[in-house]
Design a binder for this molecule. Structure first.
Ligand SMILES: Nc1nc2c(c(=O)[nH]1)N[C@H]1C(S)=C(S)[C@@H](COP(=O)(O)O)O[C@H]1N2
Ligand SMILES: [Mo]
Length: 439
């Protein structure tokens, strides 16, 4: 049995607190080398690209940086990831950054606003022209494909697809759950271009005994151990063959952002974001449930039955998360809005999505859920795109209000008021609330 990787989250600590506690160890972690190693060597380690990404620039004189050195820009403005705009950085090693809800108002999330969830250290140097994807395991014809091969051998499609981290909303769990303390913004709907995963697997010839996929990326484990994967997940074959899954090489009409998996990634919409392997190197087919890092133990699993907050659940009762639940996000107004000058009417807007399902309705309340008004709801641009909703609400008098949104999917499932607590803090789809003060 592979080791349970679920306590890895504990190692995902903030860079600055680590430097304060133990600069030598921090340096080793950040730069991937021991602090007193060859000076020219240690800054070439895996952490430099991450450092550069955090700073928004490479560091020409990085060799002059003393060990334990914290760049001023990181010390004063920790909220920066190159090519990202307005994201909140939750963790810088590995980089994890989410998008404030009011920046998710677009039907298609701009690349600069797509959240980042890294479990390890992204690859340093990527060359899209020579990048190779291996398809092997239980297939008739193992394949090695460059991106040019994917483009010439398979139909290229463009789709708007939601990726949501399984741990989105974890911060609201009480008792708290370990791991990145995502609030609301570990979700996005970008427009991805690529080929269908199913087409590529079929071309390789799927053997009769295949039941599961296994995905591997080119990022490295936080420990820096050679050949140790940060994360390797898979999906049941029937999900893998869904024509909406892409092996993507394009994002919003341009290249994939380096932190979102350039030059090649999976997009398996509707299921936890962890199924959408970034920096994709290999997909192999198996005759058993995949057991890669973060596939086993309690990772991306919830108890198979509802439990009261704080319940200790035996490991054997945990089930792999499949489809994500119905959810909505209010993107306008931004919480804390003050309406002045006697304004009483306000347009509320947002996004709604529902795992493998579609959203049938979104309702809005301004009176703490006593009454609800149906919002206008758009159809998805394509399956697995999120759906925009809007409604104008009118506040009867001056005072403090909360606008609540509640989506219902086409199977009749509705977002709950309270969080369905689970030990690892996954699948929080409780209703989003924003505050509005009318003066
Ligand atoms: N290779 C690799 N793929 C990965 C991850 C990772 O750490 N390494 N993180 C996964 C998780 S947990 C999520 S939620 C999504 C996030 O995709 P994004 O960073 O593009 O938003 O990528 C998934 N794919
Ligand atoms: Mo995730």
């Amino acid at each position: 049995m592979p080791k349970d990787d679920t306590n890895l989250a504990e190692k995902e600590v903030d860079l600055f607190s680590l430097y304060a506690e133990d600069p030598e160890r921090a340096d080793q972690l950040v730069f991937g080398r021991v602090a007193n190693a060859d000076r020219r060597g240690f800054l070439k380690g895996a952490g430099l690209a991450t450092m550069g990404a955090m700073l928004g620039a490479s560091i020409p004189f990085h060799r002059n940086m003393p060990s334990g050195f914290i760049p001023e820009a990181l010390a004063t403005t920790p909220g920066v990831v190159a090519g990202k705009d307005g994201l909140s950085v939750l963790n810088d090693r590995p980089v994890n950054a989410e998008t404030p809800p009011h920046l998710l108002d677009d039907a298609v999330t701009p690349t600069s606003r797509h959240f980042v969830r890294n479990n390890g250290i992204p690859p340093e140097e990527i060359n899209p022209d020579t990048w190779e994807l291996i398809i092997d395991g239980l297939v008739d014809n193992p394949m090695k494909l460059r991106i040019a091969d994917l483009k010439s051998k398979f139909e290229v499609v463009t789709r708007q697809l939601v990726i949501e981290c399984g741990g989105n909303g974890r911060v609201y769990f009480d008792p708290p759950a370990k791991g990145n303390q995502w609030t609301l913004g570990a979700v996005a709907c970008a427009e991805w271009t690529g080929v269908r995963l199913g087409d590529v697997l079929k071309a390789a010839g799927i053997k009769n005994n295949v039941i599961y996929t296994a995905h591997e990326g080119a990022d490295t484990h936080l420990s820096g151990k050679e050949g140790k994967l940060a994360i390797s997940r898979g999906v049941p074959l029937n999900k893998a063959l869904d024509p909406n899954n892409l092996i993507a090489f394009g994002m919003n009409g341009g290249p994939i952002h380096p932190m979102n998996g350039a030059p090649l990634r999976l997009v398996v919409p509707g299921w936890p974001g962890s199924c959408s392997q970034k920096w994709l190197r290999r997909v192999w087919l198996r005759d058993k449930v995949h057991d890669g890092p973060k596939m086993t133990g309690k990772a991306y699993r919830v108890p198979g039955y509802p439990v009261a907050p704080g319940t200790k659940v035996p490991k054997k009762d945990f089930k792999i998360i499949q489809a994500m639940p119905v959810k909505s996000l209010i993107t306008t107004p931004q919480t804390g809005l003050k309406l002045t000058k006697g304004e009483r009417a306000l347009e509320v807007r947002g996004q709604a999505w529902a795992g493998d399902n579609t959203v049938a309705a979104v309702d809005i309340s301004i009176d703490f859920g006593a009454t609800w008004t149906r919002a206008n709801l758009k159809n998805p641009a394509n399956p697995y795109a999120w759906q925009q909703f809007s409604q104008t609400v009118r506040f009867p008098q001056a005072g403090y209000y909360e606008v609540w949104a509640r989506a219902t999917d086409d199977a009749g499932r509705m977002q709950p008021f309270a969080i369905a607590w689970n030990p690892k803090g996954y699948l929080n789809n409780s209703m989003h609330r924003v505050s509005v003060v009318v003066t």
